[in-house]
Structure formats: C-alpha cells, structure tokens
Design a protein. Structure first.
Length: 205
C-alpha cells in the first residue's frame, strides 16, 4: 500500500528541501518538519485506550495511546535525520540502525552495520528519506522481518516509482508512506526531480 502525504505545508517544505541553494542547517530543519508530518500520517491508526479524567470543569473520557511500543529503524546515514521527530512526539520509542551504502557506480547497496532493539510485538517504522531503486529499503525490510517485525512500515520523504514497485514486489505486506512520488530515476539512479544526495545535503559533505 502506497500512501502519499498530500498537504500544502508538505509541498511548501519539499520545495525548499529541493532547492539547491538551501543550506544544510535549513535543510535539517525542513527534514525534521516534514518527517513530523509523515510520522503523524504513518501512525494515524495506532490503537488507543479510554482514560477517564477530570478536566477543571467536569469528568470526561479521554483516549491515550495503547501499550504497543514503537520502534524506529533508521537506514544510515540519511535516515538519522528522521529519528528525532518520532522521539519528540511518541512517549515510548526505541531506535535501531541499519547501515547501508549504495555503490556509486552500480547503485547496489552494501550492508555495513546493524543494531536493532527487540522487534517482535512492536510497531516497526523503517525510515529513510530517499526511495530510489528500492534496493536499500528492501534490504532493510528483509532485516527487520528476519528479526521479528510483522508488517513493518516504510517512511520516506521522496520516492521514485521504481523504488515503490521494488519494495512492493518484495514486501507486499509493508505499507509505504511517502511525502511525494517523483517522476523517475536518471541513468545514475538518482531521483528526478529529487533533491540530489540527501546525506550530502544534510551533513554538508
Ligand atoms: C541513499 C538514501 C537511501 C538510498 C536510496 O543513501 O538515503 O538509503 O540512497 O537508494 P536506493 O533506493 O537506490 O537503495 P546512500 O546509499 O547514498 O548512503 P548515505 O545515506 O550514507 O548517503
Ligand atoms: N539517494 C539520494 O540521496 N538521492 C537520490 O536521488 C537517490 C538516492
């Protein structure tokens, strides 16, 4: 299932993220803001429980989040930029990391690191801003499923149609939440119009 974040504020933030004159400090802030919107959208079906409370005026029944903890698994390096928004709004989050790096010539991702908290029985969100060929996301979803995640969600800022197709083919159970679906990949497997190399723009490398 592909879900697009359709919101005028998301369009506004994306436009500034794409702009090549945006500096890393602003880029990081914009990535934070857009991920916050994606985090709200990707968690809109979280279970809640009734909670009787008293306001200063009367007794009422509220709703609080249920007890299923959230795990965010960031694909290094660019996915790190998407962790803090989840930590800032959800009361119970643990974080895992999967290190994957695309080869500059073949665009095939190589795994170099993996550190995961327990995943069984938890809601697992794999985060990576760019879904290009889908190779990195597919590998990360493989890893989290092997470690106990059921129906993990993939949260990305920009996706190419090729990447969505690849992830859906390998992981039909994984829903894919994206800020925007772009046109295509170029011959070097970069997303068009895209925003360039997210990790480089984030960290000024
Ligand atoms: C980027 C991006 C994704 C990957 C997407 O990372 O953050 O992880 O490319 O491409 P794919 O869908 O074709 O696999 P990169 O490999 O450049 O590493 P970095 O985050 O360390 O810069
Ligand atoms: N990774 C990026 O950072 N950008 C792209 O366009 C493709 C992969």
């Amino acid at each position: 299932m592909l879900r697009l974040l359709e919101h005028p504020l998301a369009d506004h933030i994306l436009t500034h993220l794409r702009d090549k004159t945006t500096k890393p400090a602003t880029f990081r802030t914009l990535a934070y803001q857009l991920t916050l919107m994606l985090a709200f959208d990707a968690t809109r079906d979280l279970a809640t429980e009734e909670r009787p409370i008293e306001t200063p005026l009367e007794a009422t029944i509220g709703h609080v989040l249920g007890h299923q903890p959230i795990v965010v698994v960031a694909i290094l390096r660019a996915g790190v930029s998407m962790v803090q928004p989840f930590l800032d709004v959800f009361p119970e989050v643990s974080v895992g990391y999967v290190g994957l790096e695309r080869d500059h010539v073949t665009a095939v991702a190589r795994s170099y690191y993996c550190k995961l908290p327990p995943l069984a029985g938890r809601r697992v969100f794999v985060v990576d801003p760019m879904l290009a060929t889908g190779g990195s996301a597919t590998q990360a979803l493989d890893v989290v499923k092997r470690n106990g995640a059921v129906a993990p969600r993939l949260v990305c800022i920009i996706a190419a149609p090729e990447g969505v197709a690849e992830v859906t083919r390998h992981h039909p159970d994984a829903s894919v939440h994206v800020g925007v679906l772009d046109r295509a990949l170029n011959e070097r497997k970069y997303i068009l119009p895209g925003l360039g190399d997210f990790g480089d723009r984030l960290y000024g490398t």
